[in-house]
Ligand binder design. Structure first.
Ligand SMILES: N[C@@H](CCC(=O)NCCCC(=O)O)C(=O)O
Length: 258
């Protein structure tokens, strides 16, 4: 059987400060190809170029990657302030409706960092613009200097709910993760279940209650060294298995009844 196709929702970049491009990191593509055993397909996150039904027909699952621009606060009913930083409105307009449509259909999704935040907002949740300003919270931002190894080093524990989906998938209740984000979940969206927390109480792992398909998201970056990291590997392998089932035409029971 051909490998399933996983759409990668990446970001806009300006190459040499003038040439607009859609791109996704090599680490994301490797995680999809090598751990999910799927074909990585980078999607231009631009509503004038793609539409949700066509994307869902073309792909068997979607990875919502990290990205520096933040989800626009208008998407969760708040005014824009300087603290909210930069935005990518085109990505918001593709990612948020695509997440809602996939959750409803049971088509597999995995949210990473900004993608994790998008999943929460798509389900009606809100975000803090800068969690390091909150009392008792640590700085989860990427170290501004240093090598890639230093930026992606494992920096804090995440504790999963005993017996929850992440605990079962990883086979461990406490794991170590990297951390490269400024924002974080304020109010969890409808059906969002927080299944993993950093030591300072920051939500790190979520799933969607009663979602008919794979719908897990993490605030850290599992794509880093995905094939060797004991936390990343089961996450991407489980996502790949879900996309393979979707590609074979296996549909959640809720759809079979329709
Ligand atoms: N903007 C959000 C999400 C942070 C995030 O996804 N960071 C990864 C950046 C990787 C890249 O530059 O492509 C926040 O800061 O919380």
């Amino acid at each position: 059987m051909a490998r399933p196709v996983i759409g990668i929702i990446g970001n806009h970049y300006l190459i040499n400060d003038e040439y607009p491009a859609h791109a996704a990191g090599q680490m994301n593509c490797e995680a999809i190809a090598e751990v999910c055993d799927a074909l990585p397909m980078i999607i231009p996150s631009c509503p004038s170029l793609v539409d949700i039904p066509a994307l869902m027909d073309a792909c068997d699952g979607f990875l919502f990657t990290g990205g520096r621009p933040n989800v626009h606060p208008e998407e969760y009913g708040e005014e824009e302030t300087e603290a909210h930083g930069t935005f990518d409105r085109s990505r918001d307009r593709v990612a948020l409706p695509l997440i809602r449509a996939c959750v409803e259909a049971g088509q597999p999704i995995l949210g990473v960092c900004r993608g994790f935040q998008e999943v929460n907002v798509a389900m009606g949740g809100t975000l803090y613009p800068e969690i390091r300003d909150l009392p008792g919270r640590m700085n989860h931002r990427m170290p501004p200097d240093g090598t890639l190894e230093e930026k992606f080093e494992l920096r804090h524990e995440v504790t999963f709910t005993k017996g929850g989906p992440f605990h079962r998938l990883m086979g461990a209740e406490v794991v170590m993760t990297n951390t490269l984000h400024g924002q974080g979940i304020k109010d969890a969206g409808a059906r969002i279940v927080i299944d993993g927390l950093a030591p300072d109480g920051t939500p790190e792992a979520i799933y969607i209650k009663d979602a008919p398909g794979f719908a897990l998201s993490v605030q850290w970056h599992p794509e880093y060294k995905a094939s060797e990291d004991p936390v990343s590997r089961p996450l991407f392998a489980g996502f790949g298995d879900a996309a393979r089932s979707w590609a074979k035409g296996e549909r959640p029971a809720i759809l079979k009844l329709a």
